[in-house]
Design a protein around this ligand. Structure first.
Ligand code: FES
Length: 124
Protein backbone atom coordinates (compact mmCIF):
# COMPACT_ATOMS: atom_id res chain seq x y z
CA UNK A 1 0.00 0.00 0.00
CA UNK A 2 1.36 3.42 -0.98
CA UNK A 3 1.69 6.03 1.75
CA UNK A 4 1.68 9.75 0.91
CA UNK A 5 3.95 11.51 3.40
CA UNK A 6 4.23 15.32 3.75
CA UNK A 7 7.83 16.60 3.63
CA UNK A 8 7.36 20.38 3.62
CA UNK A 9 6.32 23.37 1.57
CA UNK A 10 7.55 24.19 -1.93
CA UNK A 11 9.63 27.09 -0.62
CA UNK A 12 11.52 24.68 1.66
CA UNK A 13 13.18 23.31 -1.49
CA UNK A 14 15.46 25.82 -3.27
CA UNK A 15 15.76 25.27 -7.01
CA UNK A 16 18.86 23.41 -8.15
CA UNK A 17 19.53 21.77 -4.77
CA UNK A 18 19.03 18.46 -3.02
CA UNK A 19 17.53 18.11 0.45
CA UNK A 20 17.70 15.03 2.61
CA UNK A 21 14.34 14.47 4.28
CA UNK A 22 12.99 11.90 6.70
CA UNK A 23 9.69 10.30 5.74
CA UNK A 24 8.37 7.97 8.42
CA UNK A 25 11.80 6.47 9.06
CA UNK A 26 12.90 6.40 5.42
CA UNK A 27 15.54 8.88 4.27
CA UNK A 28 14.83 10.38 0.84
CA UNK A 29 16.88 12.75 -1.32
CA UNK A 30 14.52 15.31 -2.83
CA UNK A 31 15.62 17.72 -5.55
CA UNK A 32 13.80 20.69 -6.94
CA UNK A 33 15.23 21.21 -10.40
CA UNK A 34 15.92 24.60 -11.95
CA UNK A 35 12.66 24.32 -13.93
CA UNK A 36 10.71 23.74 -10.70
CA UNK A 37 10.09 20.00 -11.21
CA UNK A 38 10.76 17.61 -8.31
CA UNK A 39 12.66 14.32 -8.38
CA UNK A 40 13.54 12.00 -5.51
CA UNK A 41 15.38 8.77 -4.70
CA UNK A 42 15.96 6.74 -1.57
CA UNK A 43 19.18 7.90 0.13
CA UNK A 44 20.90 4.58 -0.42
CA UNK A 45 23.52 4.03 -3.09
CA UNK A 46 22.91 0.94 -5.19
CA UNK A 47 26.62 0.05 -5.02
CA UNK A 48 27.11 -0.66 -1.30
CA UNK A 49 23.88 0.66 0.23
CA UNK A 50 25.70 3.64 1.77
CA UNK A 51 23.92 7.00 2.17
CA UNK A 52 24.60 9.53 -0.59
CA UNK A 53 23.52 12.68 1.26
CA UNK A 54 23.04 16.24 0.08
CA UNK A 55 25.53 16.16 -2.78
CA UNK A 56 25.70 18.84 -5.49
CA UNK A 57 23.17 18.53 -8.29
CA UNK A 58 24.48 18.93 -11.85
CA UNK A 59 21.38 19.12 -14.02
CA UNK A 60 19.75 15.88 -12.90
CA UNK A 61 23.06 14.07 -12.23
CA UNK A 62 24.38 13.22 -8.77
CA UNK A 63 27.67 11.62 -7.78
CA UNK A 64 27.92 9.25 -4.83
CA UNK A 65 30.68 10.53 -2.51
CA UNK A 66 31.95 7.05 -1.64
CA UNK A 67 33.17 5.59 -4.96
CA UNK A 68 31.99 8.27 -7.39
CA UNK A 69 29.24 6.34 -9.18
CA UNK A 70 26.96 8.74 -11.05
CA UNK A 71 23.20 8.52 -11.36
CA UNK A 72 20.32 10.38 -12.93
CA UNK A 73 18.27 11.49 -9.94
CA UNK A 74 15.00 11.56 -11.89
CA UNK A 75 15.22 8.11 -13.48
CA UNK A 76 17.59 6.44 -11.01
CA UNK A 77 19.65 5.17 -13.96
CA UNK A 78 23.33 4.57 -13.44
CA UNK A 79 25.45 6.82 -15.67
CA UNK A 80 28.91 5.73 -14.51
CA UNK A 81 29.70 2.92 -12.09
CA UNK A 82 32.33 2.98 -9.30
CA UNK A 83 34.86 5.45 -10.68
CA UNK A 84 36.97 5.57 -7.54
CA UNK A 85 38.31 3.14 -4.95
CA UNK A 86 40.55 4.03 -2.02
CA UNK A 87 40.51 7.67 -3.12
CA UNK A 88 42.04 6.80 -6.52
CA UNK A 89 40.12 7.40 -9.76
CA UNK A 90 40.37 4.22 -11.80
CA UNK A 91 40.47 3.80 -15.58
CA UNK A 92 37.38 2.14 -17.02
CA UNK A 93 39.16 -1.18 -17.87
CA UNK A 94 40.42 -1.52 -14.29
CA UNK A 95 36.90 -0.85 -13.00
CA UNK A 96 35.51 -3.69 -15.11
CA UNK A 97 38.06 -6.10 -13.61
CA UNK A 98 37.44 -4.83 -10.07
CA UNK A 99 33.68 -5.26 -10.48
CA UNK A 100 34.15 -8.87 -11.64
CA UNK A 101 31.10 -8.71 -13.87
CA UNK A 102 28.90 -7.01 -11.29
CA UNK A 103 26.29 -5.06 -13.21
CA UNK A 104 25.56 -1.41 -12.35
CA UNK A 105 22.24 -0.99 -10.57
CA UNK A 106 19.85 1.99 -10.54
CA UNK A 107 18.84 4.03 -7.52
CA UNK A 108 15.30 3.56 -6.22
CA UNK A 109 13.18 6.48 -7.38
CA UNK A 110 10.44 7.94 -5.18
CA UNK A 111 7.35 9.71 -6.58
CA UNK A 112 6.93 13.34 -5.48
CA UNK A 113 3.50 14.98 -5.42
CA UNK A 114 2.86 18.72 -5.12
CA UNK A 115 -0.59 19.84 -4.00
CA UNK A 116 -0.99 23.56 -3.61
CA UNK A 117 2.02 24.64 -1.54
CA UNK A 118 2.61 21.22 0.04
CA UNK A 119 5.15 18.61 -1.09
CA UNK A 120 4.71 14.88 -0.47
CA UNK A 121 6.63 11.71 -1.24
CA UNK A 122 4.91 8.43 -1.93
CA UNK A 123 6.44 5.33 -0.36
CA UNK A 124 5.38 1.69 -0.52
S1 FES B 1 28.59 3.32 -2.21
FE1 FES B 1 28.06 4.70 -3.80
S2 FES B 1 29.52 4.30 -5.35
FE2 FES B 1 30.04 2.91 -3.77
Amino acid sequence: MTRRIPIGAIDDFPRGQIRQVGAHGTVVLVARLEDGAFCAVLDECSHMALPIGEVPLEGTTITCPHHRSQFDLCTGHNLDWVRQRGGITLPRWVRRLADRGEMPRPLTTVPVVVEGDAVYVELE
